[in-house]
Ligand binder design. Structure first.
Ligand code: PEP
Length: 249
């Protein structure tokens, strides 16, 4: 049995004060929840406030991006080592918004994953097809390319330190959710591709989580699928009640 991970991607929302306010409302709503792992991904600037606010709970805190080098002349960047120093345990890599607006490439995603693992950060690696790609029957070839590239030179021994988020781009922030069947089929395909890179045993342990308009109303149907090992939640994670309802699916 793979333990599920329910993660909040706050994108460019929440100042430190807003992050503190979220956590103080959210904590009591998930008190006693131990079935799944829970993680919050605030903007860099709000990471310390979020970490302080979750102290004493099992909620993990991570960043939405990182650079693959430990340090260097990379203006505006933050390394895995630095994230680890402030108390982050996780990082999101290759989110479609980073691929789309900031030129993130498959090669960069792989470098970041290797960098995160080398520095002891757990990672959520995002993959997913565009609407036009799905419509043209290209979903599998896109997922094959993204998963294969992301997992190049990654060891199966590290499988408990990263997961893959299947985030069909057409479902992100659009209100269109993949049906549980579409998501589950994509997850099976992703696991098969992962097996080619990290081996079948490790791939069986790999968590493949779903992201794309997850909300309280669809969380149960999605999370009940055996192949869906959790959720990466954007818009619906900004409100503590709504995110708590998803965590308590
Ligand atoms: C995301 O940004 O990872 C995401 C899944 O967003 P949303 O839930 O808003 O679709």
């Amino acid at each position: 049995m793979r333990r599920k991970l329910i993660a909040a991607n706050w994108k460019m929302y929440k100042t430190p004060d807003q992050a503190r306010a979220f956590v103080s409302e959210f904590k009591p709503m998930i008190a006693g929840h131990d079935r799944d792992d829970t993680a919050l991904f605030p903007p860099f600037i709000s990471i310390p406030a979020t970490l302080e606010a979750v102290a004493g709970t099992k909620i993990e805190v991570g960043a939405q991006n990182m650079h693959w080098e430990k340090q260097g002349a990379y203006t505006g960047e933050v390394s895995a080592d630095m994230l680890k120093c402030v108390g982050c345990t996780q990082v999101i890599i290759g989110h479609s918004e980073r691929r789309q607006y900031f030129g993130e490439t498959d090669i960069g995603v792989n470098r970041k994953l290797r960098g995160a693992l080398a520095d002891g950060l757990k990672a959520i690696v995002c993959v997913g097809e565009l609407f036009e790609e799905r419509e043209s029957g290209l979903t599998e070839s896109i997922l094959r390319r993204q998963v294969g590239a992301a997992l190049r030179e990654i060891s199966g021994a590290d499988v408990d330190k990263f997961c893959i988020a299947y985030e069909p781009v057409w479902a992100i922030g659009t209100g269109k959710t993949a049906t549980p069947e579409i998501a589950a089929n994509a997850h099976i395909f992703i696991r098969g591709e992962a097996a080619k890179a990290i081996g079948a045993d490790a791939a069986r342990k790999l968590r493949v989580i779903y992201g794309g308009s997850v909300k309280p109303e669809n969380a149960h149907a999605l999370m009940s699928q055996e192949e869906i090992d959790g959720a990466l939640v954007g818009g619906a994670s900004l409100d503590p009640k709504s995110f708590a309802a998803i965590v308590n699916w």
